[in-house]
Write a protein that binds this ligand. Sequence first.
Ligand code: NZQ
Ligand code: ZN
Length: 380
Amino acid sequence: MQNFTYHNPTEIIFGQGTISAIAARVPLTVPVLLLYGGGSIKRNGVYGQVKAALKDHPALHEFGGVEANPLFETCMAAVALVREKKIRFILAVGGGSVLDAAKFIAAAADHVGDPWEIPLTHGRALQSALPLGAVLTLPATGSEANGNSVISRRATREKLAFYSPLVYPVFSVLDPATTFSLPVKQVRNGIIDSFMHVMEQYLTYPAQAPLQDRFAEGVVQTLVEVAPRALAVTDDYESRATFMWSATLALNSLIGSGVPQDWSTHMIGHELTAFYGLDHAETLAVVLPGVWRHQFDKKKAKLEQYGRRVWGAESASAAIERTEEWLLSLGAPVRLSAYGIDAKEAAEKIRARFAERGTKLGEHGDITPDDVAEILLSRN
Ligand code: NZQ
Ligand code: ZN
């Protein structure tokens, strides 16, 4: 096991009817920003519950319209409001995009200099951030209990992630009933994203971390088991609760402590979203099998273990095949052609971008821009 620090300051308030708990946690003494997305919270009653809980707040401001794959440009409009109204606490209500936007806004609010530096330096430029809390309505990203945020910039078609211990939510409310209104596609996306988060931290090489392995396999087995019911029955509380808690544990730094991590599927996937607008999870389903086949020898031992323990598969190749079949069974294409994307063009664009940035990926840091192009070409 590698040395590690484990830090997770987020209080999780989990269960049906728990949104009212924000009343005791959102500070009454400072102006607060209620941040949300395109309006789903107004249609499913979450907005009403939040407003009822905060009815006595003397200075509650609102900013709606955060889009999926939140834009720097939109966030900066919210930063202007934060500065104007002297807001000192942000309450994010929505999916990962709203939470990520809240983190960026919290980070940019008092930042001296160009806020784009924050993602450009992966968060290292950050000195301070406003505190934030969250009401999560879409299990997927783990953003409710981590210090990550991913922000896109329309003008340059960039999508960059940053991490800072300063932007963990102070608290996150997870009421599985808020997910009943999710379109099936978003449930599918959330299951896939959570699965991929486990794989980025698990499917590397044996690292004498048997407990982390068992945790990771447990999260994945649970996701695989619960997926059919979570997808088929919109208002099944128990399956949505299981899914929601699995998504949080997939990326709250527990399973990744002390083990090598990959993240190449995510890094390549972010570029596919930036250039072609695919949903985050859609990119991952396309890329992952390509990364595994390209890195087959280096990942073979872990692929065998994963295949055996999760799928009862007898070989590393069978583990990859079973995973592809599972993704397809959820309704997620695993090929670029399914989206009308020319693999050659995508490979060249992304190769050029990684070459310009000097990016190398994977748990060994040895996946070069040319390798990335090969991986993408194999996903035609
Ligand atoms: O905008 P509204 O109207 O709220 O609608 C959203 C949006 O259209 C809708 N939605 C959310 N909750 C709903 C709902 N519709 C009905 N009922 C509900 N309860 O779902 C759509 C997608 O929402 P979004 O927040 O974009 O999805 P997700 O949670 O998958 O977040 C994706 C973003 O997170 C980033 C991704 O790159 C992407 O930008 N990630 C963040 C990570 C992190 N912070 O740790 C890690 C991930 O790997 C990922 O990169
Ligand atoms: Zn993800």
